[in-house]
Design a protein around this ligand. Structure first.
Ligand code: GLU
Length: 347
C-alpha cells in the first residue's frame, strides 16, 4: 500500500498568482492545481489535501499554530506523514511552535513552501513539494519523525532553522545544526538519528507535557549601542510578561550603561524573565558553539543579572519557547527551571 501523506495548505507564495495576489483556494481548486502541475505526487504517496488557512504567513501566529496542531493531531493515526505548505516569512516561528505542540513527534511533519508561485516559470514550488512529500512518505522515521523545514534540496530541523533570503531559492539555513538530509541524485539522510536512544532523547521524552498556551505578552528587542533602556523600562516593561533580548554576536550587551542594568533589575523585580539570544554569525550548516555569555565580562554580567541564555536556539525558537513556557504558569523561578529543559530538540 502506498504511504499516506496529508498535505495541509496555509497559503504563502506557493499558492499565489504570478502577481503575488493570494487567491482563496478550496480543496478542489488546490487539488486541481496540484494534479495539473505536480502530477508525479501520485507516484510517491497517496496524498490527501486539506486547507487550514489561506493567508500570507505574516498573518500566522499562536491561534493558527494551535489550529494546525489540532488538525494534525486529529489526523495523526491515518497518515504516515504530514506536509505543511506555508509562507516563508514566519515559517521558522511556526516550525518551532509545532515542535513544542506536537511533542513527542514520531511522524514526519515537513514544512515547505516556495519563493515563486507554483504557477510561475522557474518555480521552486514543484521541487520543494515533490521532495517534501517523498521525505514525509519514505524518509527514515527515526530521523524525520519531527518537525522539519524543506527548501532548496535541504531538510533542516524546524526549530533550528531561520529564513536567510527573501529572493534566493535557498530560503532557510540552520547555523547551529547540520542538515537532516540533502537531496541530489538521491536523498542523502544524515547518519545520526534524532530520535536515537541517546541520553538527550531520553531526557527530552521525560520533560513534562506542555499545555498548548502561548503568552502573547512577550517582547523581543535587539540591543544596540545607545539602547533606550529607560524608555523600554518605563514604556514597555509594565505591559510585558517576558522579554527576549537579541544581544551582540559574542553574547554581550551594553552592561556598562546603568540604565541598561536598571532595566534588567526592574525586570527581575517584576518577576519577568529575560532571555538572551544571538543572531549567530556562523555559516549555514556549520556548528558554532563558541558563542557563550561566559566569554566576556559584558556577557557574564547578563547572567549575573539573571538573564537566561538561549544557547544554540535561533531567535525565532527562543521567542516561541518563551511564549509557551510563560503559558505554563507564572513565576520567574519556575520559568528558569523550565527554560533549561530540552522539550523538542531545541536546547
Ligand atoms: N509574505 C510571504 C509569506 O510569508 C512571503 C513569501 C512566501 O510565502 O514565501 O507568506
Amino acid at each position: 500500500m502506498a504511504p499516506r501523506v496529508l498535505i495541509l495548505y496555509t497559503g504563502g507564495t506557493f499558492g499565489m498568482e504570478p502577481g503575488l495576489s493570494l487567491p482563496e483556494l478550496s480543496v478542489a481548486s488546490l487539488r486541481a492545481r496540484l494534479q495539473a502541475r505536480v502530477p508525479e505526487l501520485a507516484q510517491l504517496a497517496d496524498c490527501t489535501i486539506d486547507i487550514v488557512l489561506n493567508c500570507d504567513s505574516a498573518h500566522v501566529g499562536p491561534d493558527e499554530w494551535l489550529l494546525l496542531a489540532r488538525r494534525i493531531r486529529q489526523n495523526w493515526k491515518q497518515y504516515d506523514g504530514v506536509v505543511i505548505l506555508h509562507g516563508t516569512d514566519t515559517l521558522a516561528y511556526s516550525a518551532s511552535a509545532l515542535g513544542f505542540l506536537l511533542r513527542p513527534c514520531l511522524k514526519p511533519v515537513v514544512m515547505t513552501g516556495a519563493q515563486r508561485p507554483l504557477s510561475a516559470l522557474r518555480t521552486d514550488a514543484r521541487r520543494n513539494l515533490i521532495s517534501a512529500v517523498d521525505i514525509a512518505a519514505n524518509g527514515p522515521r527515526a530521523l524525520v519523525g519531527q518537525v522539519s523545514i524543506f527548501f532548496n534540496d535541504v531538510l533542516l530541523q524546524g526549530n533550528r532553522a531561520r529564513k536567510r533570503s527573501a529572493s534566493e531559492f535557498a530560503a532557510f539555513e540552520s547555523p547551529q545544526a547540520a542538515p537532516l538530509a540533502v537531496v541530489g541524485t538521491s536523498i542523502r539522510y544524515a547518519q545520526k538519528p534524532y530520535v536515537a536512544n541517546s541520553r538527550a532523547a531520553a531526557a527530552r521524552a521525560r520533560a513534562p507535557a506542555l499545555k498548548p498556551v502561548f503568552n502573547r505578552k512577550v517582547g523581543m528587542l535587539q540591543v544596540t549601542p545607545g539602547f533606550p533602556a529607560e524608555e523600554v523600562a518605563r514604556g514597555l516593561l509594565p505591559g510585558l510578561d517576558g522579554l527576549v533580548l537579541i544581544v551582540f554576536a559574542s553574547v554581550t550587551a551594553p552592561t556598562h550603561d546603568p540604565r541598561f542594568l536598571a532595566l534588567l533589575r526592574d525586570a527581575r523585580r517584576r518577576e519577568l524573565p529575560v532571555v538572551i539570544v544571538t543572531e549567530s554569525a556562523a555559516h549555514a550548516g556549520a556548528t558554532d558553539s563558541s558563542a557563550n555569555p561566559e566569554s566576556y565580562p559584558a556577557g557574564r554580567q547578563l547572567i549575573e543579572e539573571g538573564c537566561l541564555w538561549a544557547g544554540p536556539m535561533t531567535k525565532e525558537c527562543a521567542y516561541v519557547k518563551t511564549q509557551i513556557l510563560l503559558g505554563q504558569g507564572p513565576g520567574r523561578a519556575a520559568f528558569a527551571r523550565r527554560w533549561k529543559r530540552d522539550y523538542a530538540g531545541e536546547a
